[in-house]
Write a protein that binds this ligand. Sequence first.
Ligand code: MCN
Length: 806
Amino acid sequence: MTVIDEKTTQAPSGVIGQRLLRKEDPILLTGEAVFTNDMKVPGALYMAVLRSPYAHAKILSVDTSAAASIPGVAAVYSGADLTDLWTAPMPCAWPVTEDMKNPAHYPIASDTVHYVGDGVAVVLAETDAIAHDAIEAIDVQYEALEAVTDLEDALSDRVVLHEELGTNSSYTWPLLIEEEEGQVQRAFDNAAFSVNERYVQQRLIPMAMEPRAVVAVPQPFGGDMTLYTSTQIPHVLKVMIAVTLGFPEHQLRVVAPAVGGGFGAKLNVYAEELLCLALAQKHGGPVRWNETRSENTMATTQGRGQIQDIELAADTDGKLTAIRVRLIADMGGYLQLLTPGVPILGAFLYGGVYDLPKAYDFSCTGVFTTMTPTDAYRGAGRPEATYAIERAMDALAREVGIDPLELRRRNFIATEKYPYEAFTGLVYDSGDHDKAASIATEMVDYAALREKQVTQNVDGSTKRLGVGVSTYFEMCGLAPSRVLSSLNYSAGGWEAATVRILPTSKVQVVTGTSPHGQGHETAWSMIVADKLGIDPADVDVLHSDTAIAPLGMDTYGSRSLPVGGVAIGMACDQVIEKAKQIAAHQMEASADDLEFAGGVFTVAGSPDKEMPLAAVAFEAFTAHDLPDGLEPNLEAQVTYDPPNFSWPFGTHICVVEVDTETGDVEVLKYVAVDDCGVQVNPLIVEGQVHGGVIQGLAQALFEEATYDSHGNLQTSTMTEYLVPGSGDVPPITLGHSVTPSPTNALGVKGVGEAGTIGSAPAVINAVVDALTGLGVTNVPMPASPLNVWNAMQSAQSNTSSNGGQQ
Ligand code: MCN
């Protein structure tokens, strides 16, 4: 249930701010949308991949003869058979340090496998069923090697996983920021209060509703190729394929048809994309592949996977004086497109929304293990950072002996300090943390809950009430290119947009963003309609096809609105400027005297003179009477590289009841107050926050990808990997404040990841808060009944060994 607090609802003005239903939904909801696996491609061969059952093993031999003899099988290849196809290893676009170790990783292994699910052979066959039967008939002999699934064990190099690297450590990335040398250590030496906490970010499986799928279709003449793939990044993928396969970029078209969710896991260049394309080229005909759900759990990248050690130092008032963070980040078997950079993105957020002096000591070591590679998962590094600082703030509040919200308020960056240069040197655009916290506390009736706890959480009580707070900042709108370059990221952060008014005044927008559930067709139409004074239904948004939208940087990092949407607004402004020249010429007035509102040009001081944009569009098309030197047609193209990230923020509060007899956690109330600046469409914003909160809540309470000591994924189906169903989701009440971003003309900030970033710490803080009276100071994620029970047991045994002192 989503309840919108009317008090905090932004008053709509113009089209921006209206709660329009999403125009892309009818075909999705009626099953008419075409996903990659729905594509009808006559004559396509079906590809199936044989995956390693070992987490770490040498491939001794691959016998494909039995599989090749099955009727309907067109070809069977081992990794060794295909080595000539690759001109370069699989790409990693984020070499975070100069000396980062990156093992050569090819689409199919030919020597050693490094996780269960690593591809060792492929079959091409006339049907999907034959292809899958045939992979069963391939005989692979392995020499099993030891698996390593514990991060600290991996770091010890007891077993080196990529022999050629000589170590399992991929990189260590430090960030030491001090006003004066030695300041961090001095702050800890002189701290009135300090905490030293260890948290574990369990691995998560992104579980998009649609698993991955690929269809590669060579065109009959000239060597052109079309690749249909369920991806978030058709543009980036095109460049990466050109680099990796040496495929001529100008002859490659990448299309992302309808995409059923990605959550960061489809922000990658996958082996199967390269295999389908290379094999389609080799066979001179289409090749397709469709991922099964259990393949998806092991062969699509996973998220999180970190050990976080965080220390806070504070003065007598509980004001932060220094933060120290040490991360061990699980890379998995190989580096995928962004694997090493994901934890680094979080490095800038361990200071939360707090006024921290320049006293910050961070370092992250990325380590190889024998598990599925990790990469971006909704929030990518930022939920992890927020979790650590927000959990540690609660620990510090317990040390100081004050309410956790009061501790946060003492540390908030004051509103008048915005724009605020943070300890990292990054500038936060705008914020009002007191306001977001006040709205949230009012909505949840915080004071009453604290009073209720006093009467409910008494000795012997088996239903304990807990209240958890989390305040967060998100560094989103991934851009600007110069900052990304300073982090060694290989690509830029700009976005492209074209706005074209057609002769009959309907509008085409071409965007480089690539939506997969975010409602861009609706939102972009609203931006255009608002600017041009037309009906959003008269706008068509073209996207996700590099032949139609050749320029783009795609969708991730909650960047599409603050970068791509802003670019569209700028293109509209340029179109209006050009239309103004034409209208002025037609009305024999000076362009400087023209005003544009509601889709009509008027002349200041001459109320009888007006010209609708539709009439201007037709004039621009016929070009019979245009001002001298002006080109026909109304079209503008903008490539926008923003000057800053955008910084949404908010306060989430979770209320739980924990059953001390069973360890069961019931979420009684969840309030999320998010501020993403001006909301283009509050209905979409609420959907995004709602989905995000559920993903964070799922990490806090249900989901965990677990591996046994041999590296076998124990949670490869949804009976073991607990994705919450609608019945598991508690009531979520949304509120918001609106603090416009001063860095873009629309005043917008992104929101796609906000819910995920704020939620997990709010839930776990609530669970720990409920059990504080029993001596519990930490409950690991997920707070399953077993984990809660164990936390209570170990608190009890600590208490007994301390002679009853808590
Ligand atoms: N929006 C708005 N006003 C704002 C902010 C956003 O109306 N002030 C709207 C935008 O217009 C857009 C949507 O909210 O329609 C999300 O915008 P934005 O925050 O720019 O995020 P992106 O479109 O770039 O989406 C990426 C983000 C990420 S990083 C993940 S992961 C994620 C997410 O979006 N994965 C999703 N949301 C998802 N939603 C679905 N259904 N499926 C996924 O895989």
